[in-house]
Ligand binder design. Sequence first.
Ligand code: 9Z3
Length: 358
Amino acid sequence: MVQQNGNSEHPPDPDYFQTNPKPYNLDRQITLARSFIEQHAHANSRVALVTSGGTTVPLENQTVRFIDNFSAGTRGATSAEYFLEAGYAVIFLHRQFSLLPYSRHYSHSTNCFLDFMTYNDAGAVVVESEYQQEMAQVLSRYRKAKEENTLLLLPFTTVNEYLWLLRGLAMQMRPLGANGLFYLAAAVSDFFVPAERMVEHKIQSSEDFQEDLTNGNGAKAPAAHMEGKRLVIDLDPVPKFLKLLVDGWAPQSMIVSFKLETDPSLLAKKARYALEKYSHHLVIGNMLNTRKWEVLFVSADGGERWIRVPAARRSKSITSGNHEDVHLQEPAIEIESWIVPEVAKEHTMMIEKTKSKH
Ligand code: 9Z3
């Protein structure tokens, strides 16, 4: 049953969903998710909701300008493949046009996808021989996911779309109980422009066109406006959705969040802080510059451990100038191939614990 606001067992949803508009295609996306989840719940399979890519914060209703969050979608798309390999069905909630499972091997690459192609003697387009073997493997895994209907792709762009979708999907996943897993790799905006403070039209940079700064209802100061030649942006905090997810939307699922930092002295502290604040199961900390080589697992049982892929392929290069620039080549192993089995193992333990309670 869908949790209603005001239920005394759980904190009510904040005003957020009353005051920020439901995305026009939400119902269609939730309907797709419902039948996907029903199929896998019926088979008693595990379902992972993998979030991926960055959310945007539009500055105008008819959006020309927006603020973006860093994420190519590599963590999410790569992890989704390993979850599928581990037997999970995957709902892939991703930033539109960011990396996707399987196609990631050929999109966004330094090679254009046409560089993987050639002509055979008969003039037909075929895959270059050097890519044949790897592409055959990727293709077979992709086809298996399609045939078995184990991968559902759902796109978002704005933080508002993301939050509505996350809430809607969490409610649909409830019947899965402990078989549900949330793997929150998306880079979600911490600040946003609430609908009531969003201007309708493109903000004019020219002082000659700045007369109308109201948002139409005149009630609240617009979040972005020009002061002379300066653009001033004043953002609200995004509600702490992780708290809502853990306590209200998906209390029985396993919840894994990622913590992104750039200052190494803060990573462990901030990851532990998040875990204690939201009381979920696992925080995976990563640094912007080393995220493909190492991650820090911080668990609810107090444990902290680094997972590092072999350092043999690391190289240091000295740039001209006085400072040393650490240049990291692609790692030899995809770190997600180690992260995901660890997460799945912890998920198994959680499921066992839940079973033994009943
Ligand atoms: C991450 O930390 C992801 O691992 C990355 C992946 C965004 C670094 P890429 O897609 O990058 O491989 O290029 N995601 C979580 C980021 C985030 O917004 N976390 C919130 C926080 O740090 C908590 S949910 O406060």
